[in-house]
Design a protein around this ligand. Structure first.
Ligand code: COA
Length: 142
């Protein structure tokens, strides 16, 4: 179990690192190690793997049973498999999963300069709710 999670962690780490260093400046994660540890410990993670390569993953929280609000924390698709519908299908899976678990809403936050991420939110029926200190907040009724 520990071996499995450190294997997954290294794959996620490499993919996120690729994004952080892609010069777009869209991703900044202060403590990548700690961020991934938290995801592995507390979030649901769906991965697309092929021949040991991680093509993409989605991490979302399904733990706020009081408010019944899920939260998509991170979606990354490797550039080698971009625009093949993987991102959309991962989010659709998460939305279905949250619905089956009785959640009423799903929320996410994206950088306003991240056109692809803003587009995917709109494409999947998320509504723009406003801006917090840093991010655009989107929400979808389930
Ligand atoms: C955003 C991201 C997850 C999209 O993944 P993807 O698998 O390539 O996207 P899909 O093929 O499923 O496309 C879904 C929608 O995303 C949007 N989109 C994807 N690529 C886009 C691009 N190059 N330009 C504009 N919109 C784009 C479109 O709305 C698209 O719907 P459409 O094909 O019907 O027009 C991927 O580009 C990525 O990993 N980006 C870096 C990480 C990131 O920004 N994550 C989101 C914030 S956590």
């Amino acid at each position: 179990m520990i071996e499995e999670s450190s294997y997954m962690k290294s794959k996620i780490y490499d993919l996120m690192n690729l994004m952080i260093n892609d010069e777009s400046g869209l991703f900044e994660v202060g403590n990548l190690d700690g961020y991934i540890d938290k995801l592995i410990e507390k979030a649901c993670i769906i991965t697309i793997m092929a021949q040991e390569a991680l093509h993409g993953f989605l991490a979302y929280y399904a733990n706020d049973y009081e408010n019944k609000v899920g939260f998509i924390s991170m979606l990354i698709i490797d550039p080698s498999t971009k625009r093949m519908g993987y991102g959309r299908r991962l989010v659709e899976f998460a939305l279905k999963d949250l619905t089956m678990k009785g959640f009423k809403k799903c929320r996410t936050e994206v950088n306003a300069d991240n056109t692809k991420a803003v587009n995917i939110c709109k494409r999947l029926g998320f509504t723009y709710m406003g801006k917090n200190d840093i991010y655009m907040v989107f929400e979808k009724q389930l």
